[in-house]
Design a protein around this ligand. Structure first.
Ligand SMILES: Cc1cc2nc3c(=O)[nH]c(=O)nc-3n(C[C@H](O)[C@H](O)[C@H](O)COP(=O)(O)OP(=O)(O)OC[C@H]3O[C@@H](n4cnc5c(N)ncnc54)[C@H](O)[C@@H]3O)c2cc1C
Length: 542
């Protein structure tokens, strides 16, 4: 690394590289905290091909905090569109498994979150985030601006960027840089970041299709996913994008190392849809399924978030959601560091908190795609014989038993927790980590529990800006000494007192200190004897 002494342009507090969902999520989070930042994107912001669909409950909670949850809900399929997962030998062949998803779509609330998971493709989700970011005058968005290189200084970074339209180069000086440039990040390579895991699990082709009311052309009814498996194994999946006319066909195999010709493309579509479903091809893109987690998420003042530090198999829909978690973990820490109340340990806790979550989610995503079914049974799956019927029954039961967790993963979405130097453990054992189920807890490091405070207002709506001390029950201790300590260190702290018995039950202790990202920093029955030490610990100054 070189240290430059040359004259430099005015410093921006945070430079974000890449306006995918993670970069935009971070820009929104910083904007909502009053932190000026600049986000640069090499493209023009148009999304030509649909990738992520699943916006999990935790990301929806962030959207709620940013005021866009309703808009996300209204994008994509109509609310009554069934979210079932169907397994069949083909659109004209027998169905042999169906996973019902009562928690997706529809209007049913969940007891553990004010926000159900939602399917909203990135073709709508990213523009919603972009519009949100535009509402913050302190956030500068620059499209058609490519990051090229950086120079590390003692107090920041000088980035060299190129205006794609004019082909001119300029320097941007930033106190902090966050790399959100996706799976092909050049910054990580220059920093010596190593991607650990498998760079190739499989080769894929996705075909974006227009098929008006596809369900009128087959007998499987409306569903979010149709997985197609014949006697040779899984040969495709068709996924609902807008619940009206947009679908995505996915196929995989070594053949998709190369882009297929138009003729090959049509053959692939015909194999999946049969001869009777009329279609129009919008676009076709190859992609590689990977299992990668970076060995390093930070080299302060540079931080890395999203696909540039974790690349997941898409089954389960964990990729973008994990990246949004990175963005929200960084947002308040950058704000604290820039405001001066954050100690050196605050930003340094980023990797300790987020890398284990990425490892967990990437591991689970890979597990979802590496399960196999007995080939002897698969060989019988199309047979219209008693043996074929028995094979379909066995395979169907196995699929519902083992693959439901791919599509119902509330534990992955909401149950991640942090163990880091800024989370004060209370000695209680970690709860069981479950993929499907989520049990609310106020154990330090966990997302603080949701309960309704009043009609339409969740406890989660109390969090997001400052630290919040939740005082629950009728005899919660006086918080005055803690409030004084926070004030002495400039740490923003609000106190919320409630005697609501349900909130007291869920919060488990009379005092629960919630961080600006909604995770619990500390809990106890009494204010500690040295409240300043507690404040110093949670602000990363110990
Ligand atoms: C088929 C498929 C289905 C998926 N489904 C889901 C799902 O249901 N749920 C889910 O959570 N995830 C899903 N994912 C994963 C999800 O799409 C990614 O995890 C997510 O897009 C990553 O966001 P990101 O912002 O980190 O990176 P990206 O979306 O890749 O954005 C990075 C941005 O940085 C820009 N950029 C790159 N280099 C530079 C540079 N030098 N200068 C300026 N800009 C630059 C790029 O142009 C791009 O816009 C799926 C992925 C695939 C392939």
């Amino acid at each position: 690394m070189t240290v430059s002494t040359q004259a430099r342009p005015d410093q921006v507090p945070v430079l974000i590289i890449g306006a995918g969902p993670v970069g935009l999520g971070l820009a929104a989070d910083l904007g909502s905290r009053g932190v000026p930042c600049t986000i640069i994107e090499q493209g023009d912001g148009t999304i030509y091909h649909p990738r992520a669909n699943t916006v999990n409950s935790r990301t929806m909670e962030f959207c709620r905090r940013w005021g866009i949850a309703q808009e996300v809900r209204e994008s994509g399929a109509p609310p009554d569109f069934p979210q079932d997962i169907v397994y069949a030998t083909g659109f004209t062949g027998p169905e042999f498994a169906r996973i019902a998803r009562p928690t997706h779509g529809g209007h049913r609330p969940l007891p553990t979150t004010p926000e159900r998971p939602q399917r909203c493709n990135q073709i709508w989700f990213d523009p919603i985030l972009r519009k949100l970011v535009s509402r913050f005058p302190i956030v500068t968005q620059r499209y058609g601006c490519r990051f090229e290189s950086f120079e590390m200084l003692e107090d920041g970074v000088i980035a060299t960027v190129r205006d794609v339209a004019t082909d001119t180069v300029e320097k941007i000086s930033a106190r902090y840089v966050v790399d959100c440039s996706g799976g092909h990040s050049g910054i990580g390579k220059k920093l010596g970041v190593k991607q650990e895991g498998s760079p190739v699990l499989s080769y894929h082709l996705n075909i974006f299709l227009k098929i008006k009311e596809m369900w009128t052309h087959h007998d499987k009814g409306k569903a979010a996913f149709y997985f197609l498996i014949d006697k040779n194994g899984a040969y495709g999946s068709v996924i609902e994008i807008d619940g009206r006319e947009l679908w995505r066909l996915g196929v995989h195999g070594e053949a998709y190392k190369e882009q297929p010709s138009e003729e090959q493309l049509n053959a692939v579509i015909k194999r999946a849809l049969g001869d009777d479903i009329p279609y129009e091809v919008i676009s076709a893109r190859r992609w590689i399924c990977r299992d990668l987690v970076a060995n390093q998420f930070q080299a302060p003042p540079i931080f890395l978030a999203g696909d540039c530090v974790h690349q997941h198999a898409p089954s389960g829909g964990f990729g973008m959601n994990t990246g949004m978690g990175d963005a929200v973990d960084l947002g308040w820490k950058l704000a604290g560091a820039l405001a001066g109340w954050g100690g050196p340990g605050l930003l340094n806790s980023y990797q300790a908190e987020r890398r284990p979550v990425a490892q967990r989610n990437v591991g689970e995503a890979t597990d979802n795609v590496t399960r196999s079914t007995d080939p002897a049974l698969i060989a019988l799956i199309e047979d219209m014989t008693p043996e074929g019927e028995a094979a379909r029954k066995t395979i169907g039961a196995e699929i519902v038993g083992t693959r439901s967790k791919t599509f119902i993963s509330d534990g992955i979405a909401l149950g991640y927790r942090y163990e880091s130097s800024i989370v004060i453990p209370d000695g209680t054992p970690a709860p069981r980590d479950s993929v499907m189920d989520y049990v609310q807890t106020s154990r330090p490091g966990s997302r603080a529990p949701h309960a309704w405070v009043s009609e339409g207002k969740s406890t989660l709506d109390l969090f997001g800006r400052s630290f919040v001390l939740m005082r629950t029950g009728s005899d919660a201790p006086d918080p005055a000494t803690l409030v004084k300590a926070a004030k002495a260190r400039g740490v923003p702290l609000d106190v919320v007192s409630t005697t609501d018995p349900e909130i007291a039950r869920l919060y488990e202790r009379p005092l629960v200190l919630v961080r600006p990202d909604g995770h619990v920093a500390w809990r106890g029955a009494a204010i500690p004897d040295n409240p300043l030490a507690l404040i110093d610990a949670i602000r990363g100054a110990v």
